[in-house]
Write a protein that binds this ligand. Structure first.
Ligand code: 16H
Length: 253
């Protein structure tokens, strides 16, 4: 089954040999499959728990490449009252972005590859004393159904790509990122009839992974302290935003 417009909001069969048409289709497929392979990986040696708050656990592995901090980051969270589809919808859709993002000066779609895959150009807020960063990345949203009984898994992947409409211009430095938000919906004490499911019965188990290369030298200690503060802050603010937006709306499964 191809992942066409009709599939954007309905489960696909997880078939990977799709006849996608756009030029980045294989790149998207490869990166999505990589995330799905590693999402279940346990936290092992080398990962430090750097922040814990309620259900949220933030892990980081300290890694440098040529003296540049590229620490992989992994967050696990569980949010009562929302579905994975809702979380991914608000994360992917640019219309809500500036309402929850606090680290951006601007966001703009520069190309639509498919209804579920777009290319963004974003200008990040400058973090003193580093040069201002920008980013250009494809952003893909997908629903994968694992079985008849289980709720589908939803995910969003943001992955750096070059684009002729977004040349790198000094003094700006391009961030290089591979970020995924992967969500599962759990229904606690499921009623017999799906119509009877209430927000209090649902829970979203979320995994957020980020591999971000700052694209040039940034003082290591400063970058690590910004990351330690900003990632938990982002996830707290974003998830409360989704709770607030969905509270009085019908559940989007
Ligand atoms: O994932 C987040 N936001 C997405 C939607 O805006 C974009 C994001 C992304 C980031 C960079 C490049 C491509 C895509 O997926 C939430 C991100 C929350 C970020 C917290 C701040 C992290 C601080 C480290 C920044 C490193 C560069 C700073 C230079 C000093």
């Amino acid at each position: 089954k191809i992942n066409d417009a009709a599939v954007v909001s309905t489960p696909n069969d997880g078939n990977t040999s799709v006849n996608r048409k756009h030029r980045l289709a294989y790149d998207v497929e490869r990166v999505v499959q990589e995330h799905l392979t590693y999402v279940r990986e346990e936290i092992s040696d080398g990962w430090d728990l750097i922040h814990q708050e309620g259900e949220m656990k933030v892990y980081r592995r300290e890694v440098e490449e040529n003296g540049i901090v590229v620490d992989p980051l992994k967050i696990f969270h569980s949010i009562k009252g929302v579905t994975g589809h809702e979380i991914c919808h608000y994360f992917w859709d640019y219309r809500y972005r500036m309402e929850w993002e606090t680290t951006l000066d601007s966001t703009k779609i520069i190309e639509v590859l498919e209804p579920d895959t777009v290319i963004f150009f974003q200008m990040h807020k400058r973090v003193w004393p580093a040069a201002q960063r920008d980013s250009c990345f494809w952003s893909h949203i997908r629903c994968i159904s694992n079985s008849e009984e289980d709720q589908p898994t939803w995910l969003v992947v943001n992955y750096t790509t070059p684009h002729h409409l977004a040349p790198i211009k000094s003094p700006h430095v391009r961030l290089v990122a591979n970020v995924a938000l992967i969500c599962e919906t759990i229904i606690n004490e499921p009623p017999l009839n799906i119509q009877d499911i209430k927000r209090e019965n649902i829970e979203c188990k979320l995994t957020y992974v980020a591999f971000v290369n700052p694209g040039g030298w940034v003082p290591s200690a400063a970058l690590r302290s910004v990351a330690k503060r900003e990632y938990p802050r982002f996830l707290k603010r974003f998830t409360s935003y989704v709770l607030e937006q969905t509270r009085d709306k019908p559940i989007l499964f």
